[in-house]
Design a protein around this ligand. Structure first.
Ligand code: ADE
Length: 240
């Protein structure tokens, strides 16, 4: 997969050289390119923003600069992502859909955002999705780009060593939060690992994990439980 990220702070994307994403790049599974938006400015001050039409606080990013950048970076098959608190929620389902794409371009806005004509223009020529990480305001799209690239890259074949770990995790196939996990020592600071996990009884362990996942989800994210397909619940699930 190819991913291009355009930002006025390309250094912000440096963590994408580390860990799993860094390894995916080194292994040739992810072709990630980070660009400085100011490379497409044409004035001495390398201006990327201006005051908003209609007045108001803050600055807006200029469509002409973004247009030159995106004309250079977009390919016919690219899906353009524009992080914004006004976007559609970015979820595990979004990450799964994006992991099937050939080419993603992430346009990181700053200040009050990017002139609205940019998304409109490119939506008439290809796919554009404004995505939000959640209901809070960040200083720009760079952190969202880090999140999107990490969430998508780990779903690419060969990036996560044991693909089974993608199935059981929170927001995985079951639609539940993940059960709690424990390792050695079995007793720590007076807190003991639940006995069932030391029992070696696989069926009981599976049942306990599912119960805990259901309980946690009901407690912390009742909205996820409400979305569950009732047909997927067995009788024991309903009693939890
Ligand atoms: N830019 C600023 N706030 C954001 C958010 N919540 N999600 C995505 N991009 C953003």
């Amino acid at each position: 997969m190819r991913v291009d990220v355009v930002s006025i702070f390309p250094e912000y994307l440096a963590p994408l050289e580390l860990s799993l994403v860094g390894k995916a790049r080194a292994a040739g599974l992810l072709d990630l390119r980070v660009h400085d938006l100011r490379a497409w400015t044409d004035d001495r001050h390398r201006t990327v923003d201006d005051t908003p039409f209609g007045g108001g606080a803050g600055m807006v990013m200029r469509p002409d600069v973004w247009g030159r950048a995106l004309d250079d970076v977009l390919t016919p098959e690219a899906h353009l992502l524009v992080p914004s608190p006004a976007g559609a929620p970015f979820t595990q389902r979004t990450a799964e859909a994006l992991a099937l794409e050939e080419h993603l371009v992430v346009a990181c806005g700053r200040y009050e955002g990017i002139d609205a004509r940019v998304a409109e223009h490119y939506a008439s020529r290809g796919r554009v999705t404004e995505v939000s990480l959640g209901d809070y305001v960040l200083n720009g799209g760079e952190v969202a780009a880090l999140v999107v690239v990490e969430a998508v890259a780990r779903l690419l074949p060969g990036v996560v060593g044991n693909p089974a770990s993608l199935v059981e995790e929170s927001h995985g196939a079951a639609g539940l939060l993940e059960y709690p996990v424990y390792t050695k020592p079995a007793s720590w600071q007076g807190h003991d690992v639940p006995d069932v996990l030391l029992s070696g009884h696989h069926a009981r362990i599976e049942r306990w994990r599912r119960d805990e996942a259901l309980r946690r989800t009901a407690d912390r994210r009742p909205d996820l439980l409400a979305d569950l397909d009732v047909a997927q619940l067995d009788r024991h699930d309903r009693q939890v």
